[in-house]
Design a protein around this ligand. Structure first.
Ligand code: ADE
Length: 226
């Protein structure tokens, strides 16, 4: 079953983009993790070390913007991202010609150890990490492609639960179907675009299309609003 996209909307009262991150759907796009391991937040109280891992998307199968795609639209509409920001992002996109899935490989390494007659190996995955101030971390993980040869890059956004609302989340269990609200800064949005751009050639092309289309449509929308 396709995983539900995270709702991303504009909150006029606080002039912020709000992402509604589900806390209790471990098979969805968002999971709560502690020291790299998923935790069951309906059973265990959330701690201030816990992070939300979000496999963030930018469009659905039909090509309509979702998640990061909606963030970009809202950021442009409400001038969280200036025309200069968008032009700089486009320049970054155009200049990029090297990609994580082509440059880095998964490596299998033998060790001298054995377990019950089996040799112990380690499989190492490249992980590219970018810290956006202290508010979020972006990871690009290179993996073997499923049902195909070569590698693929997966982009994950990590958000500390302590930066989410409601503010009493830390110290208690999550309620059924509870959702945490989080507001991305323009720095996070720009860094996510750059992450997809360097992740793979296909994501770079998608980002370029998305930004160009958005720049073209939004100019018309602004004209229309005059
Ligand atoms: N395609 C859409 N979202 C993705 C993500 N987070 N990582 C890799 N590929 C994607």
């Amino acid at each position: 079953m396709p995983r539900k996209f995270v709702e991303v909307e504009w909150d006029a009262a606080t002039s912020r983009i709000i992402c509604k991150l589900p806390l209790t759907q471990p098979t969805g796009r968002v999971r709560v993790k502690r020291k790299g391991q998923p935790i069951a937040v309906r059973q265990e109280p959330i701690s201030d070390e816990d992070v939300l891992e979000w496999q963030i998307a930018y469009r659905d199968d039909e090509g309509n913007p979702t998640e990061l795609g909606i963030m970009l639209q809202l950021a442009q509409k409400h001038t969280l991202l200036t025309p200069t920001d968008l032009t700089q992002l486009l320049a970054f996109i155009e200049a990029q010609s090297e990609f994580c899935d082509e440059k880095f490989a998964v490596i299998d390494e033998p060790t001298p150890k054995e377990f019950c007659g089996f040799k112990v190996w380690w499989r190492k995955h490249p992980l590219l990490r970018y810290e956006v101030r202290n508010e979020a971390v972006i990871e690009i993980e290179v993996r073997h492609r499923q049902r195909a040869v070569g590698f693929q890059s997966m982009v994950f956004l990590f958000v500390p639960v302590r930066f989410c609302e409601p503010s009493d989340l830390v110290g208690r269990r999550a309620m059924r179907n509870e959702v945490a609200k989080w507001s991305p800064s323009s720095e996070v949005i720009k860094a996510l675009v750059r992450a997809f751009v360097i992740a793979s050639r296909r994501h770079k092309d998608d980002m370029e299309k998305l930004l160009r289309k958005q720049l073209a449509t939004n100019v018309n929308a602004q004209e229309f609003a005059k």
